[in-house]
Design a protein around this ligand. Structure first.
Ligand code: ZN
Length: 394
């Protein structure tokens, strides 16, 4: 069976054009896959791709054009370096004969994060019905976490069919049952995310080579958010994202930054080598681009703990307490005690254990203790540290 598939429109998903073809020829999707596309086992979802020759001849368009203009492949690889991208496309070109694009499916998952339904914009639908007589499913409306149409600045509508599901519904947007993604106008963050996500689809790949920590640090330094060479505060960066995107939507996507997984801070940490999914890059970029300047606190990391002056005060307080205890031990202790037991009696074990590097005077008292008869484990007399301190018994 020779079939001329419907010509895909700008930003139209390949599967949307297949849906229109099925509707035009009045054939079930299963038949189309089996007879016309020579892929009997293919069960496509809205964002699916199958790199078969049959698909190319059905659409009469070259493989690379279909992949780049009518799938979410560009989005999935948007932050990949140009070299890696070329290798991926060339690898797919070599394997496509008779293939189903299975080895691309893991990569494409980068573009199906978050279980949202098939989405469309009412105003786009109206314009398409007026000019074409039908509507279609757009790539840019069905990207992860996108809830707004960038062209019309309106909230998208969504159906109950998840984009990650694997079954075609022979329905076009103007006939679909749907509800609004958000019951309010899109926020600045949502519009920016929609805009950046649409840019990620462009064949010119404007976001490539902008994924490194060094690139982010340049952006933050230019914006006056960090000083050159400073570490970034994980908490302050997470706050910026949470303020922009909202706790609820971050939780829905499983992307709420946590103490154990402060992913925004990891993205900007020097030396980071781990690749991050496009959605994380785009959310962080949208958050940094849309938060009012007044709400952005400087992101420089400030070390926790008391300032040096209070460390000195604490050191002399604990050293005095430990000296007093050491003097009392001479009369109380018959057999020796451990350093821990000594410091617990003096009430400064915790401070010594965790902050001894800030407490030189307390360390001196501990050495005196370990050189005395009160200690369970006396310092060897040949040890350098022992020689540096007076032995009260000699
Ligand atoms: Zn629209």
């Amino acid at each position: 069976m020779t079939l001329q598939a419907a010509n895909p429109q700008p930003d139209e998903l390949l599967v949307s054009a297949l849906i229109r073809t099925c509707l035009q020829y009045m054939v079930p999707a299963k038949t189309l896959c089996r007879v016309a596309l020579n892929s009997p086992n293919w069960k496509p979802g809205l964002l699916s791709w199958a790199g078969s020759d049959a698909l190319e001849s059905a659409f009469r368009l070259p493989f690379e054009h279909l992949l780049s203009h009518h799938t979410v492949f560009n989005y999935a690889t948007s932050f990949m370096s140009s070299t890696q991208y070329r290798q991926t496309v060339d690898g797919e070109l070599q394997h496509r004969l008779g293939g189903t694009g299975a080895h691309l499916s893991a990569l494409m998952q980068n573009a199906t994060h978050a279980a949202m339904g098939w989405r469309f914009c009412n105003q786009c639908v109206r314009a398409e019905l007026a000019s074409l007589g039908y509507s279609y499913w757009h790539r840019s409306h069905n990207l992860p976490a996108v809830t707004a149409c960038w062209t019309h600045a309106t909230a998208l509508r969504q159906t109950a069919w998840p984009v990650a599901g694997s079954s075609i519904r022979l329905v076009l947007p103007h006939e679909a049952e749907s509800c609004l993604c958000r019951r309010r106008s899109p926020t600045g963050f949502e519009l920016k995310l929609a805009q950046l996500s649409a840019e990620a689809l462009l064949p010119s790949r404007p976001l490539a080579d902008q994924a490194s920590a060094a690139w982010y640090r340049g952006l933050l330094t230019e914006g006056g958010l960090i000083s050159a060479g400073s570490a970034v505060s994980a908490g302050a960066l997470a706050d910026i994202l949470v303020k922009a995107a909202g706790v609820r939507s971050l939780k829905e996507m499983g992307l709420l930054p946590r103490m154990r997984n402060p992913w925004p801070a990891l993205m900007v940490r020097e030396g980071t080598k781990v690749p991050f999914m496009p959605l994380k890059h785009l959310m962080l970029r949208a958050a940094l681009a849309t938060l009012p300047n007044a709400a952005i606190a400087a992101l420089n990391h400030r070390p926790s703990g008391p300032p040096p002056s209070s460390s000195i005060k604490l050191d002399s307080h604990y050293a005095r307490a430990a000296s007093k205890t050491l003097r009392s031990l001479a009369t109380v202790v018959e057999s020796g005690i451990s350093t821990e037991a000594f410091l617990r009696r003096a009430g400064c074990w915790g401070a010594y254990k965790h902050r001894k590097h800030e407490m030189p005077r307390l360390r001196h008292v501990v050495l005196n203790f370990r050189a005395s008869d009160a200690t369970l484990k006396r310092l060897g007399t040949g040890k350098r540290l022992y020689r540096n301190f007076p032995n009260e018994t000699t």
